[in-house]
Design a protein around this ligand. Structure first.
Ligand code: G4P
Length: 527
């Protein structure tokens, strides 16, 4: 077995999808704790606070109580190397989340047992379904009164369209929570309130018929055994193949804050979650065990360390081995660059990595030459596909208080659009700069960052655009005619691609009918 094969088979790269408040931060912290990446509970939260306190523009997210940034955390568990890609929970930053989901091999869905399937989860599951991402499910907050477990599973099946296979099953809930039963291991993990905050040291009783259970559960034991019989008969059995195909999700119950039920989840996760797989490019499929390095950039983030004011491009390694100091080929620019100081994101600290393997994420220092969707290789000219740019649904035109700042405004908007903070269009006629976003909050973030990072005071005003479509046509003459006739509605995006800005949906419909040979695309893959 080659070294690449050996390393990639250890890798598990995933993201957590959930509605805000379901417990994503808490469970992240517990996973890092088990993985030895942090020493004490509370570290992830305090990291959040520290960042807020030191970074200017993130003060805004603190005020609004949301997390704008994403980061990457690596930890070891058993013989696996686990990469957890954090995603912002707030709906306004969904573009960023969607792109992060292109860089993972599986996902963990966290659901609040009192609230069930919520709106953000539905949207994120749609993205996972498009890519057939395998999903683990954790139903959280079992220490509080919630809905009946069977009802929760029905809801997941019905609303999210995925088959559920319970792996653990709760014994009681809220004040009556006694533990969980592991259906595959035939073992009961007992719950003792207050005992499991830091490590899960629950007592485990092997076998449903074990007389110890009668002792521990007392009068409730018969009812509990009956329930398990019923669950076994009525629910789907875990099927590893169906899980890997994205058709079935194994379901675990627990309480993240009490560190309860997390160990069975993590044990099963490192056993069954998929290792890195092949990735499509415009020319061929890249197998992950190829010896030459390839990777793509799915995210750019600014000011992670305000002292440096740097921008970091996150690259997912798809094949081969990355080594500090090696030369990589920047396919879009057709240039070789030497990478001397790539970053990894181990819990709180950014350490230099010496090497990285398929499934790992590395951070490249970026001075404006790397954009989302860029591919890197050891020389081959290939472009990874499938990293989407979504058509914005909200538009504003930028207005300057000081007209002399036009250059700084253009530079700021160009850079912020490369990071995916906003999309930026230059209409073919006139000098306006139009911004596009998926959520309103993006405009506030851009205004704030323009002021604090580029010293530009800009306001954003309403503009007569309702939706945008990327325009393509194989027939050059037809494209020229189209461009000449409709220049009023056409613009170039930050990557110089032609975009049709439609004032109304009716207008868009009429235009597409009038120009049947032109493709109007609601997403642009950043290739
Ligand atoms: P998020 O990242 O998905 O938004 O959720 P987060 O982990 O921040 O959790 C949201 C709230 O739910 C937090 O409470 C957290 O303590 C609580 N929580 C998480 N897991 C459990 C659990 O298993 N049981 C119970 N009862 N609560 C849980 P908060 O009051 O908003 O924040 P904090 O003051 O606790 O930090």
């Amino acid at each position: 077995m080659s070294q690449v094969q050996k390393q990639l088979e250890r890798r598990r790269t995933f993201a957590i999808i959930s509605h805000p408040d379901a417990g994503k931060t808490t469970i992240t912290e517990k996973l890092l704790l088990f993985g030895g990446a942090i020493k004490q509970a509370g570290a992830v939260k305090s990291r959040k606070t520290e960042r807020h306190a030191t970074s200017d523009w993130m003060k805004m997210e603190q005020e609004r109580g949301i997390s704008v940034t994403s980061s990457v955390m690596q930890f070891h568990y058993r013989d696996r190397v686990v990469n957890l890609l954090d995603t912002p929970g707030h709906a306004d930053f969904s573009e960023d989340t969607y792109r992060t989901l292109t860089a993972v091999d599986s996902a963990l869905m966290v659901i609040d047992c009192a609230k069930g399937v919520e709106e953000r989860t539905i949207k994120l599951m749609d993205v996972c379904r498009m890519r057939q991402t395998p999903i683990f499910t954790f139903i959280n907050k079992l220490d509080r009164e919630g809905r009946e477990p069977i009802e929760l599973l029905d809801e997941v099946e019905e609303v999210l369209g995925i088959e559920c296979a319970p792996v653990t099953w709760p014994i009681g809930m809220g004040k009556r929570l006694r533990g969980v039963y592991h259906l595959l291991d035939d073992a009961v993990h007992l719950y003792e309130p207050g005992k499991n905050y830091v490590t899960q040291d629950a007592e485990i009783i092997e076998g449903l018929d074990n007389p110890l259970l009668d002792e521990r559960l007392g009068g409730d034991v018969a009812e509990f055994r009956d329930e398990i019989e019923l669950v076994r008969g009525a629910s789907h059995e875990f099927d590893a193949e169906a899980y890997l195909a994205g058709k079935q999700t194994p379901v675990f119950f627990g309480s993240a804050i009490n560190n309860f039920g997390v160990t069975p989840l993590l044990d099963a996760f490192v056993k069954h979650a998929p290792a890195p797989r092949a990735h499509a490019t415009t020319t061929r499929e890249v197998a992950c065990d190829e010896s030459k390095l390839t990777g793509f950039v799915f995210k750019i983030q600014a000011n992670m360390d305000p002292a440096h004011r740097d921008r970091v491009a996150f690259m997912r390694v798809c094949s081969g081995r990355f080594e500090q100091g090696m030369k990589m080929h920047h396919v879009r620019l057709g240039k070789d660059i030497r990478i001397a100081n790539a970053l990894t994101f181990l819990a709180q600290d950014r350490d230099s990595v010496e090497e990285a393997w398929p499934g790992d994420i590395i951070g490249l220092h970026n001075h404006g030459t790397i954009a989302i969707g860029d591919s890197f290789t050891e020389g081959e000219s290939l472009q990874f596909t499938g990293i989407p740019n979504f058509a914005p649904e909200l538009f504003r035109v930028a207005r300057l208080r000081d007209p002399l700042k036009l250059k700084a405004l253009q530079k700021g908007l160009q850079q912020l659009s490369e990071e995916g903070a906003t999309q930026f269009f230059r209409p073919m006629l006139g000098n306006d700069l139009v911004l596009g976003a998926v959520g309103m909050l993006q405009f506030d973030v851009v205004a704030y960052r323009l002021k604090h990072e580029y010293n530009v005071d800009a306001t954003f005003e309403a503009v007569n655009v309702q939706t945008a479509r990327w325009v393509r046509c194989k027939d050059e003459k037809m494209l020229r005619d189209f461009t000449n006739q409709l220049s009023n509605n056409l613009a170039l995006d930050a990557a110089e691609q032609l975009v049709y800005l439609a004032p109304t949906r009716v207008n868009l419909q009429l235009t597409t009918e009038r120009w049947p040979d032109i493709t109007f695309s609601p997403t642009r893959e950043t290739v």
